[in-house]
Write a new protein. Structure first.
Length: 165
């Protein structure tokens, strides 16, 4: 992929530390328990693949992926709440899966809050399946919330059978 590739709804490109001011603005709007700037910095410094979706007026969303052996783990997919439900999360997720495949992953994992029905629906529609649950994984307003663990096996036919954006 070019450093900056045009996609529907904006431009997709790698995320850099210089982007973190804009990323943090979106992260703070999107989550009641956001990642810290330090978490993003640590991930970028460790070489984790990260993508930024932007338009001329700013950051639309971003995603972070970790790789180990032949497995990838989607750590964060976030779309600015001001522009959600426009396909941006799907674009980011597909880009992270593409990167995982290009780096030799044969499966991709992620966690999601059971209360996040739109994200669960997105992940199911893209071929992820629930494989387990992590008790008390996420901070919540009154204690902790479980995480659903989802996974997708990457096979050659996946890309050609994904529904259009």
């Amino acid at each position: 992929m070019n450093a900056r590739a045009k996609v529907a709804g904006g431009f997709m490109r790698p995320m850099f530390e210089d982007d973190l001011d804009a990323v943090m603005e979106v992260e703070l709007r999107a989550y009641p328990f956001p990642w810290t700037r330090g978490i993003f910095q640590d991930c970028l410094r460790a070489g984790y693949p990260a993508r930024l979706l932007e338009r001329e007026d700013g950051v639309v969303g971003y995603g972070m992926l970790s790789m180990a052996a032949d497995e990838a783990h989607v750590l964060n997919v976030c779309v600015d709440p001001l522009v959600q439900s426009q396909g941006h999360g799907r674009r980011l997720l597909r880009e992270l899966v593409r990167v995982a495949r290009a780096r030799g992953a044969v499966r991709v994992f992620l966690e999601v809050r059971p209360s996040n029905a739109p994200a669960i629906a997105l992940y199911h529609s893209e071929g992820f399946n629930e494989i387990g649950r992590r008790p008390r994984y996420y901070p919540a307003e009154h204690g902790r919330e479980d995480a659903l663990v989802m996974a997708m096996e990457l096979v050659d036919e996946d890309i050609s059978t994904m529904p259009p954006l």
